[in-house]
Design a protein around this ligand. Structure first.
Ligand code: ZN
Length: 276
């Protein structure tokens, strides 16, 4: 990435505070700082710590049935193979959280992707699940959460963190991510970017890239009419703008792919439904 002088100036000033920068310059400076300062191993360490927090303090439980976890892993592998080309040093991990009432998925730093069993139940086909997983991998590829950390804690604190000089801050950040997910809430432009990754990786994997669109539309139609908690929709509002953006991106880039895989998801949903 070629950065003009103003961004560097903003970044230099960022050691104190990102003052005097436009919103766009601030985003560019923070993205550059995230890529430069937060190494892959820092991200891995943070991701590992978030996972421990989720398991020990948030009491997250995973699906153990290998027929289900193996299936989801296969879908994940199909799209993550393209994400991992862009961030080859991360160890892409995928967990299925056992919570049929919650429709959600999220990714933490270090390429840890989590999907709730409720999201599997809400999807109508594998292309929709693949679109969501690919979207989440896009947040990792584009360093979105790493940048949120810099925005929330400041460049100096994150530099100290990266140098291993502030282990208590690392623990605090991990606890914060696990407890309330504020740091995983992304701006609309980041969501658009992740949607683009979602459509692109889905298509590259042979899936119908419109899976993300149909999933959004379905969740929106279901909202308020089901006991399921639409957590993913609250972080990812299915606005007409958003749907239009994905649809336009698919057309402009001639993204193809026809695999829907409804027949492969159906027995998994049955298995999940019968286990509760
Ligand atoms: Zn997102």
């Amino acid at each position: 990435m070629v950065i003009g002088k103003p961004q560097w100036l903003c970044l230099a000033m960022g050691t104190l505070a990102l003052v005097g920068c436009s919103a766009q310059q601030r985003i560019q400076a923070e993205t550059l700082a995230a890529k430069t300062l937060i190494s892959d191993s820092d991200e891995e360490q943070l991701g590992q710590q978030v996972k421990q927090e989720l398991e020990q303090n948030q009491h997250v439980r995973y699906i153990q049935d290998p027929a289900i976890t193996g299936y989801v892993q296969n879908v994940g592998n199909r799209v993550f193979q393209f994400a991992s080309k862009e961030r080859p040093n991360l160890h892409w991990q995928l967990q299925v959280i056992d919570d049929p009432k919650t429709v959600n998925a999220f990714a933490t730093p270090g390429a840890y992707v989590y999907v709730y069993s409720g999201l599997l139940l809400a999807a109508d086909n594998e292309a929709e699940l693949a679109g969501v997983l690919a979207h989440e991998s896009g947040h990792v590829v584009a360093h979105h959460t790493a940048r949120n950390l810099i925005d929330a804690y400041g460049l100096q604190a994150i530099t100290a963190l990266a140098l291993g000089k502030n282990p208590s801050l690392l623990a605090q950040i991990a606890a914060s991510i696990a407890a309330n997910g504020t740091l995983l809430a992304h701006s609309r432009s980041d969501e658009n970017e992740a949607d683009e990754y979602g459509a692109r990786y889905s298509s590259m994997a042979g899936y119908d890239p419109r899976g993300l669109v149909t999933f959004f539309q379905k969740l929106q139609a279901k909202e308020g009419k089901t006991s399921q908690v639409m957590a993913w929709l609250s972080d990812h509002p299915a606005t007409p703008d958003r749907i239009a953006h994905i649809t336009r991106f698919i057309a402009e880039h001639n993204l193809s792919g026809s695999d829907l895989g409804a027949e492969r998801l159906a027995p998994i949903k049955q298995r999940l439904a019968s286990s509760h």
